[in-house]
Design a protein around this ligand. Sequence first.
Ligand code: NAP
Length: 293
Amino acid sequence: MTAQILSGREVADVVRAEVAARVSALADRGRTVGLATLLVGGDPASQIYVRNKHRAARDAGMLSFDRTLPADATQADVEAVIGELNASTEVDGIIVQLPLPHGLDGNRAVETVDPAKDADGLHPHNLGLLVLDRPGPRPATPSGIMRILGHYGVATQGRRAVVVGRSFLVGRPMAMLLGAKGTDATVVQAHSRTPQLSSVTREADILVVAVGSPRLIGPAAVKPGATVIDVGTNRTEDGLVGDVDFDGVVEVAGAITPVPGGVGPMTIASLLANTVTAAERFATGAPDRHPGG
Ligand code: NAP
């Protein structure tokens, strides 16, 4: 058996077209939509990520604001720029490109962002809304994965899901979204201290792997017919590879996301979606700075 390939590029095209239509509808009412990034230092990978986000924002008809600070910027410098972006009426979504250079506190920087402009969905206020199952911007990568599952009609209700990884960026919010009311998967969260990982992952109807370890999950760790979502992006001598041994697992799984072209494109699409949702709320004069509050 060869698994169905779940193309994140295909789903991202759909989401980006929806976002562009919503941006255009706001433009018809005289309202622009703006996405701002803050990059500190000159890390080449971060520069590429930021460039891709600006390109995607402009393609969707948004204004994009590119703020950069030198690597020797202070925490006060970082928070001053975020304060300016919070105050700008042209900016609806803010991304602080993480990680920040050594000596700066990325968590504090994220907490300085106005929760209503939190394009990444990582502000503690918004993570709290996720836990409470109340509306708010969701973390971009897990919400992109939920959209992939929905697009391809992967059933979740009553299915057993295993999420490998428990970072606040991917693993934890992923487990919450899969187990939320209405989605209704039964979720197990695995991590580096999970004994006999492959016997746990073999129980999964839906297996999400967000570890950062090239080809950690082989075919013996996958239940035949399972849906496998590979979040990992590992730069190796063979190029970009996921956390899943794609060539082996594709013969066992029922469906699988490739790397590249799987989860990655959905992360950017979700950032854009969070930004246009924020703009719509601002345009309707939403009374508070706390979506869902
Ligand atoms: P992270 O913060 O380093 O978290 C990794 C998680 O994996 C931790 O919870 C860790 O467990 C767990 N882990 C480590 N080794 C393990 C093992 N041998 N067995 C089981 N669990 C293990 O990483 P992250 O930010 O979640 O990112 C994970 C991967 O996704 C990375 O490759 C990253 O580049 C990629 N990523 C991709 C996208 C995208 O858009 N495609 C977005 C975000 C991240 P402990 O908690 O016990 O340490």
